[in-house]
Ligand binder design. Structure first.
Ligand SMILES: Cc1cc2nc3c(=O)[nH]c(=O)nc-3n(C[C@H](O)[C@H](O)[C@H](O)COP(=O)(O)OP(=O)(O)OC[C@H]3O[C@@H](n4cnc5c(N)ncnc54)[C@H](O)[C@@H]3O)c2cc1C
Length: 448
């Protein structure tokens, strides 16, 4: 029987432990410095917003771990000695392993801004961050204004959280339009509008220059690179995340931005593996980034590695990219690849439709020569994952996708309201593109 030690009790570490238990009798220990029990990080915002209590973010009852013989250790691993297979924790205790799995997640970026360590300045990642936000911003009397720095998914969540308590929010976004490194132009523009509708003071194309302190060492204002000074009590730093691997610097394990792994999730050290946000693939898989800080990939890595550790070596094979998120009231889903204007290649064309009044839109990416369907983004329309997965695997073309889009819709009745409009726009765009490209495409899509 081997002792498998997992550092980190997030989705990747816990999925791994659960699957190892299903497959073997190995001794399993999970170490975490954050919380006694696994909780859903993605649900943190709803605790602050009063939709649920923290306990409700824990998917397993507290007895689950003992019953499944998964030992939990609350502690911070300071040192990993791969030659003696020994971990040293902050309290001086040691734990030995036969196999070690690093699943230590991410930490919020700090870019060396003057004042970034003042009281009232914080990220939004951990349970402790949530507790701190509760202290820093319990209501709009204690916190007259918050400034959020960094326009990504966590930034917009933090803005929504603070607005739920009627705290005025200024949102500094470095880009000229919200998340336009990821979203195509039309979508990004729609989210800009939506942010403003929520009475969030959105400042595009604006960087943080410094955070000013009061006499007690607490943030009192920020200064932007435009020269504006904005008074505030809380500064949220949400400019992306980085793998949480500082404690491994002396370990001899090969590190890049994250812990370097191959497709079997093996690191450079024998019997040491890495999964989840902190793992960095030697080579990106397809168009995927070497580090993918998303929930479901952590879960997939945990599932794959459990097989490998239980004598059934399995490569991490994430399949087609997909993801979902929420921008305030708008649900977002993406399947396959729809690159932003900034990162798309010459052959990638987009069909974009947006509802005249409501915040609903879709963008479908296709290859201009082959007409192959590359991916879809939807906002305010919920789609079926498995259907897009099939279409991407079968290399369907955009005409097929347009013809059968209603089958991919979660709510066909809802989709009926927009179908004719979407199809007409598609046909009009098609004609326009033919003129522009002077190509002799056959017109396949005529069933509208
Ligand atoms: C507010 C927020 C909202 C999000 N929303 C979404 C979403 O909607 N969709 C999505 O796909 N993703 C979302 N994410 C990202 C997603 O939560 C992460 O990708 C995922 O939680 C990473 O899981 P993990 O298991 O790799 O690491 P983590 O969940 O970060 O767990 C790692 C654990 O290891 C512990 N640890 C680290 N170092 C040590 C050490 N040396 N010793 C002991 N313990 C240590 C950490 O304290 C932590 O508890 C969100 C993230 C945040 C912060």
């Amino acid at each position: 029987m081997e002792h498998i030690v997992i550092i980190g009790n997030g989705i990747s570490g816990v999925t791994l432990a659960r699957h190892i238990r299903k497959l073997s009798d190995n001794k399993i220990t999970i170490i975490s410095a954050e919380s006694d029990y696994f909780f859903s990080r993605t649900a943190l915002m709803y605790v602050y917003m009063g939709h649920m209590k923290f306990e409700h973010t824990q998917p397993y009852e507290n007895w689950f771990w003992k019953k499944n013989r998964i030992d939990l250790v609350n502690g911070f691993v300071e040192k990993v000695a791969t030659d003696s297979k020994k971990l040293t924790l902050k309290d001086g205790s040691t734990i030995t392993y036969d196999k070690l799995v690093i699943a230590t997640g991410s930490k919020p970026n700090k870019f060396g801004w003057p004042g970034q360590d003042l009281k009232g300045v914080q990220g939004l990642y951990s349970k402790q961050d949530l507790e701190l936000l509760e202290k820093n911003a319990p209501n709009n009397e204690v916190c007259n204004r918050a400034v959020i720095v960094g326009g990504g998914l966590i930034g917009i969540e933090m803005a929504e959280m603070l607005r739920s308590r009627k705290i005025p929010v200024t949102f500094l976004v470095r880009e000229k339009s919200f998340w336009n490194g990821v979203l195509p132009e039309g979508e990004s523009a729609m989210i800009n509008e939506h942010i403003l509708e929520h009475h969030i003071d959105l400042r595009l194309d604006t960087n943080l220059k410094e955070i000013l302190s009061d006499e007690t060492g607490r943030a009192r204002a920020i200064v932007t690179d435009k020269g504006d000074t904005i008074e505030c009590n809380v500064v949220g730093l949400t400019a992306g995340v980085t793998p949480n691997i500082d404690f491994l610097k002396e370990s001899g394990i090969a590190l890049g931005r994250g812990v370097k792994v191959n497709r079997f999730l093996e690191t450079s050290a024998e019997d040491v593996y890495a999964i989840g946000d902190c793992a960095e693939q030697h080579e990106g898989i397809g168009s995927r980034r070497p580090i993918e800080a998303v929930w479901y990939t952590g879960r997939m890595m945990g599932e794959a590695l459990a097989q490998t550790l239980c004598d059934n070596p399995r490569k991490y094979n994430p399949g087609h990219w997909f993801n979902s998120a929420k921008f305030l009231d708008i649900e977002y889903q993406t399947y396959g690849w729809v690159f932003s204007e900034r990162s798309k290649e010459d052959h990638e064309y987009h069909f974009h439709w947006r509802h005249a009044k409501e915040k609903i839109c879709i963008t479908i990416a296709y290859h201009i020569d082959t007409m192959k369907f590359l991916g879809i983004n939807t906002f305010g329309i919920r789609m079926r994952h498995e259907i897009f997965d099939q279409w991407l695997t079968a290399n369907k073309d955009i005409d097929h996708v347009m013809t059968y889009l209603k089958d991919a819709n979660f709510d066909p009745e809802f989709y009926k309201l927009y179908e004719a409009e979407i199809v007409n726009k598609y046909n009009a765009d098609f004609k326009k593109n033919i003129r522009l490209e002077k190509k002799s495409w056959k017109r396949i899509f005529s069933k509208a």
